[in-house]
Write a protein that binds this ligand. Structure first.
Ligand code: 16G
Length: 256
């Protein structure tokens, strides 16, 4: 697929320097996306076009396109070629931020579609995670989390009601869970145990998130604790792998 709109300033590549050529091409394309010269949905030059216009090997061009795709800037589709997509949101899992706050910090408008808000009796693994007795009341929320109109994640939250009486009467179509816990119950989060996993989307997830069947999901399960070591929430957040990636700064004092 020919694409003549993309500038290919040959002179911009430093062919004798230390920076790999694929990386330089990738950065030129990213800059064009970030400055709006290339818009979401626009076709990127093919491997062949890039190789020809930058006078590099096809392998170098392929690497540049591959990196754009793995960083969430592009997608390839049969018959459509490689096109620009919205970059992945990077979730810094070091912060115990709620979805609403996280999206607001990025300048995005958060919203939710409440799929279920039920009170159930704790059993099995939930009793262990939330450190409550069998049969103890749990508020379960299932929400589709949306940012700027795009569905981002499906979340299930389980909160032990014995510590937060009346929480079940909150209208979670519009309220932020963490804001209510903080403002109404004075909860302060201290730490969380998190497990990250990749798995295919279920049929329900692919429909709700408007993503392909079996798309790869980034699943984050976590139990978040108060400063007094009482569990606040056992949750599972499922993000579409093409819209999200997780990052972490590993604190260490030695390299082993
Ligand atoms: C985040 C949490 C989720 C929590 C939600 C509260 C992760 C992986 N998940 O998405 O457990 O229920 O925030 O958001 O961080 P809210 O305050 O907007 O309701």
């Amino acid at each position: 697929m020919e694409n003549n709109d993309v500038q290919s300033p040959l002179s911009s590549l430093d062919k004798d320097g230390f920076i790999p050529l694929y990386y330089q091409i990738q950065q030129v394309l990213i800059e064009q996306i970030q400055t709006g010269k290339l818009l979401v949905g626009d076709c990127l030059p093919s491997e062949y076009e890039l190789a020809r216009s930058y006078q590099v090997s096809r392998m170098t061009a392929r690497q540049a396109l591959h990196n754009l795709k793995s960083r969430g800037y592009a997608l390839s589709q049969k018959g459509r070629g490689t096109y620009v997509t919205r970059p992945k949101l990077e979730k810094n899992i070091m912060y115990l931020r709620g979805f609403t706050e996280d999206m607001k910090q990025r300048g995005m408008m958060p919203s939710s579609r409440l799929l279920a808000q039920t009170v159930l009796s704790a059993k099995g693994v939930l009793t262990e995670q939330l450190r409550v007795e069998e049969g103890s009341a749990i508020l379960q929320l299932r929400r589709l989390r949306i940012a700027d109109g795009t569905p981002m994640a499906l979340e299930e939250s389980n909160i032990p009601l014995k510590h937060y009486p009346g929480l079940e009467r909150t209208d979670f179509t519009s309220e932020s869970l963490y804001k209510v816990l903080r403002n109404k119950y004075g909860v302060r989060a201290a730490w969380a145990d998190e497990v990250l996993e990749a798995s295919p989307a279920t049929l329900e997830e692919s429909e709700l998130l408007s993503i392909p069947k079996n798309a790869i999901m980034l699943s984050i399960s976590r139990v978040i604790m108060r400063t007094d070591e009482i569990p606040i929430e056992a949750a599972c957040s499922r993000y579409y792998g093409n819209r999200y990636r997780a990052s972490i700064r590993v604190p260490t004092t030695t390299i082993e």
